[in-house]
Ligand binder design. Structure first.
Ligand code: ADE
Ligand code: ZN
Length: 326
């Protein structure tokens, strides 16, 4: 349709993307072979069939299992380069991607192999596709505060190439307050601060992310809509929400895309953006998220433009890059 063409033609930014969640089944097989890893799947079709989730944890179990094929610096390079090539086709011009180092270091992979593979691919993506990028180190919230501090220490040699820290993995039972001190340390180190909050967790977790972690963006934030005072505050502060519609559908945060709160969020004045989260697991990259949501919610061109604009405004673009893109 015309609206689909309109969406595809717009230059866009992606602010909520886990690089390990862009591992496609085909690449999972290829890397398993290359590294002699045995997968619990017989075929690419078997993998796709297994991607049927009732909640966040069911996804996370397969997401961490899938990581087992990522072993060498080259693997992390290939993973990241494939993602950039794919979103270049979606006319994506700027990305801010999460990586989960603890998902790898806990398997005996060197932190340096993980981050250097990713960073080399990001540099090549700038050269080959003109995509600007930032890297965000995300802590796994089901692990301890101490483990997060150890991970932050491993990042010290790379601080000039890490834009911020994030908080992801199993939300319920692991409130932001658990990581108040490590976020304070990251803030002192000059890093930007992000946290998944209000995906499955209650509005209280969003308050904690704001008040205790002092985040610069909220990842997801859907359940904020249950609390009118919280909505008012997020609007007043123009806090960016990195919303992920197809992720919300696949993880049963919403029952149907027609029930997705994105249009309501915009109507309320919330600074919502559209992102893919873990595109390989949730069945769609950036344009798929825009297009399927636009169709389900009858988004107007003006609403699409607002979402895209929010993406660039919510990004941490260099002044020169901002002039080019905005
Ligand atoms: N890790 C990767 N994707 C995630 C998500 N949507 N929520 C929490 N942790 C994640
Ligand atoms: Zn996420």
């Amino acid at each position: 349709t015309d609206l689909h063409r309109f969406i595809k033609a717009l230059p866009k930014a992606e602010l909520h993307l886990h690089i390990e969640g862009s591992l496609e089944p085909e690449q999972m097989f290829e890397l398993a072979q290359r590294n002699n890893v045995t997968l619990p799947y017989g075929s690419v079709e078997d993998i796709r069939k297994a991607y049927d989730f009732n909640n966040l944890q069911e996804f996370l179990d397969l997401y961490y299992a899938g990581m087992s094929v990522l072993q060498t610096q080259q693997d992390f390079y290939d993973l990241t380069y494939a993602y950039l090539k794919r979103v270049h086709a979606d006319n994506c011009r700027h990305v801010e991607i999460f990586f989960d180092p603890q998902g790898h270091t806990d398997r005996g992979i060197a932190f340096s192999d993980v981050i250097e593979g990713i960073l080399d691919a990001l540099a090549q993506g700038q050269t080959d596709f003109g995509i600007s990028s930032h890297l965000i180190l995300s802590f796994l919230r089901h692990l301890s505060e101490e483990a997060a501090f150890e991970t932050l220490a491993q990042a010290e040699p790379y601080l000039d190439r890490i834009m911020g820290v994030g908080l992801d993995s199993s939300e319920l039972g692991h409130p932001p307050s658990k990581f108040e001190r490590v976020f304070a340390k990251a803030r002192e180190m000059g890093l930007k601060l992000f946290a998944h909050a209000g995906e499955e967790g209650p509005p209280e977790y969003v308050y904690e992310a704001l008040d205790l972690l002092k985040v610069d963006r909220i990842d997801h934030g859907n359940r904020s809509l249950e609390d009118d005072d919280l909505v008012k505050r997020l609007v007043d502060e123009q806090m960016v929400l990195t919303v992920c519609p197809l992720s919300n559908l696949k993880l049963c945060v919403v029952d149907d895309l027609t029930d997705h709160p994105l249009k309501t969020m915009l109507a309320m004045g919330l600074k919502a953006t559209v992102n893919s989260d873990d595109p390989s697991y949730f069945g769609g990259y950036l344009n798929d998220n825009y297009i399927q949501t636009a169709d389900a919610l009858n988004l107007t061109q003006e609403e699409i433009v607002q979402l895209v604009k929010n993406g660039f405004e919510g990004a941490y673009l260099s002044p020169d890059r901002a002039t080019e893109l905005m």
